[in-house]
Structures are given as structure tokens and as C-alpha cells.
Design a protein around this ligand. Structure first.
Ligand SMILES: *Cc1c(COP(=O)(O)O)cnc(C)c1O
Length: 370
């Protein structure tokens, strides 16, 4: 992860804002936040106030960007935890003003502009009105401005054109904010795909102010591909995570013998079936039924039969393995081919993000260093 942060940050002055929402995309928010900060990331980002609380409880003092507005009732918690929220509704900034005034403090916010993602944010047509609201709130200080790219991970001409259009639109919005006297310290548009593929999103200039461009990177920091069009490996990023287990049971199997729910697989010839005590309740997609593969005893062995809640089965054509033999599901055993989160995602018809963020709490995490 540290190497990935360095690779994403390059040497152009843009700084990584390490996105550790959803428990660090399943990798563990606190160790990932610490690793990212130690490698040069200057900010962290989360989706929920509760996620920021976990980081603060762990003693992390770095600035934290809250990627969406929480309910207005969370204004107090924002102050308590010293979180910087993205803001885009007058109701929420007014709640912040009220809470800050009561404590006689000022609260930093980043204005979220919706230049085309269409999810949350102030659309350019109502930006003037929102700025007008902010002008009346002396305890709310705009220290950053951001937008989010909808199609930076796609390698097709209209996605490229749309991404440039979003970045240009963001530029126009920054000009408008500059004219209204707003002087932020931070500007940001890029997610991982934006940071890797759009130089313009790494070097945003707010008129008349010396700002730092932040790169809100999640998936790339974990070394995983944002999409099939943006392969992490080609970008010099390396997966941080491995998923391992060990064999819990082994038996010989004869030609035609079915295994697991629905008898969706039958042995094509005599061999051995090994049971691995990991299943969909740990985050192995059930869609890997009869599709995925693992490494066990130095061999690649196909996942056979239905993946169950707690266990899955693999076929060993020639020789058995011992109970207790290590099994690699993601990552690699020395000298072996690397099993990729990307392959699970393809097999399950989803994206890397969904695979790792669904690794459940039941799966123990171990960190090689911290
Ligand atoms: C999750 C998220 C990111 C991180 O995106 P990656 O593709 O994982 O780099 C950045 N910005 C916002 C607003 C997000 O919600």
C-alpha cells in the first residue's frame, strides 16, 4: 500500500487523500490509514461519521474528508471529531453554523460541486445561490472545493470527452467561487482512475490562490483495478491483500460422484476433493461456484460445486493434500501464478471494489507490518 500511495502521488505536487471508507475497502481502515499517511498521503476520506470516529478512536489526527453530508443531527459530531465534510445543502451548512456558533468555533468545509456525477453536490446552476447562503454563515469556512468524475475509468471516446467536460466545468465553477471571494486551500476532482489517466485532474488551479490538488484515491491504493479498462498492474500498482485458508478435510472421489448443494458438479474422473473452510459469509462470492480456482500444495485446483456459506470444495485430479495444507485464494504462493481480485470480480459479474468491501468481519485480518 505504501508503494501504491507513492506511485499515485508521483512528484507533481498533488497529494493523496487516502479513501478508507467501508473499512478500507475491506482491508481494515485503521492500518490502511496509517500506512497511507506514513507513505505521504496528507488526508483521509470516509463516507460516514461513524467511520471517522473509528479513525479518531485509533489516535489518527490527520484531516478527514467526509465524502457526503450526514444528517443535520451529526453537526455536533463533525465538530467533536474535527472532520471536514463535503457540503452541498443550505440545511446542513446552517446546522454547522449553529453548532459552531454555540461553541464559538469555526468549521472547515469543502464544497461539493456536481459537474456530472449526478449523485450529490451543488449543480452549477444553483452554485451562486449556495455561495450566497455560505456568505451569511460566518462560522463556516470553505477550505476546499471538489467534484467527482463519473467515467474516468472508461476507455471509450465519449467517456474521455465527458471527463474533460467535467474537469472544464469544475474550472468554470472555481472561477465563479473565486469571484465570490472564496479562497480554498484544497481542490480535488480525481478518484484513482482520474489520478492515473487525467493530468488535468492532478493539477487543478483555483484562480488567484495557491491551492493543493488532492487525489481522492481508494482502489488504486489497495493495488486493484478501477475497471477492466484501467488495469492496476499496467499502472505499476500492486495488490496489497491476500486471502488464504487451509484444507480442513480431504477425500477420494470416483468418476461421476456429485458434491455440494444442488449437485452442480460431478467428478469428471477419479481424484480427490479437498474442503476449504471459507465461504460466501466470509466474502467468497457464491458466483465462483464451478468457476474459480485456488492454489493448494503448489497446484492450481478448480473450485467445484456450489460455494456454501462456510466452506467450498476444490478438485485435486491426481494426488491428495494433507489436512492443514495452506490454500491461497487471492494473491500468490511463492513462485505461483497470482490469483487476482479482478478474476473474482469478472466471475461474479462485478467490480473489484465490491469483492474486497464484502470480505466480512469473520475473516481475520493480519498485517505484515504497521
Ligand atoms: C469512493 C470515492 C472515491 C474513491 O474512488 P476510487 O475509485 O476508489 O479511487 C473518491 N471520491 C469519492 C467522492 C468517492 O465516493
Amino acid at each position: 500500500m505504501r508503494e501504491n500511495v507513492v506511485a499515485l502521488q508521483r512528484d507533481d505536487g498533488a497529494k493523496v487523500c487516502a479513501v478508507v471508507k467501508a473499512d478500507g475497502y475491506g482491508h481494515g481502515a485503521v492500518p490502511c490509514a496509517k500506512a497511507a499517511l506514513s507513505a505521504g498521503a496528507t488526508w483521509l476520506a470516509v463516507a460516514l461519521v461513524e467511520e471517522a470516529q473509528v479513525l479518531r478512536d485509533a489516535g489518527i489526527t490527520a484531516p478527514i474528508l467526509l465524502l457526503s453530508e450526514p444528517p443535520s443531527g451529526a453537526a455536533e459530531a463533525i465538530l467533536d471529531l474535527r472532520i471536514t465534510p463535503f457540503v452541498y445543502t443550505s440545511a446542513f451548512v446552517q446546522a454547522l453554523q449553529k453548532a459552531a456558533l454555540a461553541r464559538d468555533v469555526t468549521v472547515d468545509v469543502h464544497v461539493k460541486i456536481d459537474t456530472g456525477m449526478g449523485r450529490v453536490g451543488v449543480t452549477p446552476d444553483v452554485l451562486g445561490a449556495f455561495v450566497h447562503t455560505l456568505e451569511g454563515l460566518d462560522r463556516v469556512h470553505v477550505d476546499g472545493v471538489g467534484t467527482h468524475l463519473a467515467r474516468a475509468d472508461e476507455d471509450v471516446p465519449d467517456a474521455v470527452a465527458e471527463t474533460h467536460r467535467q474537469i472544464d466545468m469544475f474550472g468554470s465553477c472555481m472561477e465563479m467561487l473565486a469571484q465570490a471571494g472564496i479562497r480554498p486551500s484544497f481542490v480535488h476532482a480525481a478518484n484513482t482512475a482520474g489520478a492515473l489517466r487525467y493530468a488535468a485532474a492532478r493539477n487543478l488551479n483555483f484562480p488567484g490562490v495557491d491551492t493543493t490538488t488532492l487525489l481522492r484515491c481508494g482502489i488504486g491504493m489497495y493495488g486493484l483495478s478501477p475497471s477492466g479498462d484501467v488495469a492496476a498492474a499496467k499502472q505499476g500498482l500492486k495488490p496489497a491483500l491476500t486471502v488464504t485458508s487451509s484444507v480442513s478435510f480431504v477425500k477420494p472421489i470416483t468418476t461421476g460422484t456429485p458434491v455440494s448443494y444442488g449437485h452442480r458438479w460431478r467428478a469428471p474422473h477419479d481424484g480427490y476433493v479437498a474442503t476449504v473452510p471459507i465461504g460466501y459469509a466470509d466474502g467468497v462470492p457464491r458466483a465462483l461456484t464451478n468457476v474459480g480456482a485456488v492454489f493448494v500444495g503448489g497446484r492450481k485446483a478448480p473450485i467445484v460445486g456450489t460455494v456454501t456459506m462456510d466452506q467450498l470444495l476444490v478438485f485435486l485430479a491426481d494426488t491428495p493434500v494433507e489436512v492443514g495444507e495452506p490454500v491461497t485464494l487471492i494473491g500468490h504462493t511463492a513462485g505461483e501464478e497470482v490469483l487476482q481480485v479482478e478474476d473474482w470480480a469478472d466471475a461474479a459479474g462485478t467490480i473489484t471494489y465490491e469483492i474486497t468491501s464484502r470480505l466480512t468481519a469473520r475473516l481475520p485480518r493480519q498485517y505484515l507490518s504497521d
